[in-house]
Write a protein of this length. Structure first.
Length: 114
């Protein structure tokens, strides 16, 4: 099982980015999640989506970020709007299969700066 994350980059405050995470390999995907790790800070769960499309967000991104998934493509997306400098971090996608195993992508850097 491999996870390929993409879509990170440098954006000005107030801008938008869309992250993608495509899963390849034999896996029955349950939840798909996005985490982030900023320098000197603890990693945090940013957004999660279940197989039933129930979503959950960190308070810091509610109203600005939106997670979605395309089950046919085994892909999760994170639409990030109204980005702030404090959103700067490495973003990791994570999937949890129905059997409970967890898999991680390689991380994609998001930098919000003028």
């Amino acid at each position: 099982v491999q996870l390929q994350a993409s879509g990170g980059g440098l954006v000005q405050p107030g801008g938008s980015l869309r992250l993608s995470c495509t899963v390849s390999g034999s896996i029955s995907i349950g939840a798909m999640n996005w985490y982030r790790q900023a320098p000197g800070k603890q990693g945090e769960l940013v957004a999660a989506i279940t197989s039933g499309r129930t979503t959950n967000y960190a308070d810091s991104v509610k109203g600005r970020f939106a997670i979605s998934r395309d089950s046919a493509k085994n892909t999760a997306y994170l639409q990030m709007n109204s980005l702030k400098p404090e959103d700067t971090a490495v973003y990791y996608c994570n999937v949890v299969e129905w059997g409970g195993r967890s898999f991680w992508g390689q991380g994609t850097q998001v930098t919000v700066s003028s």
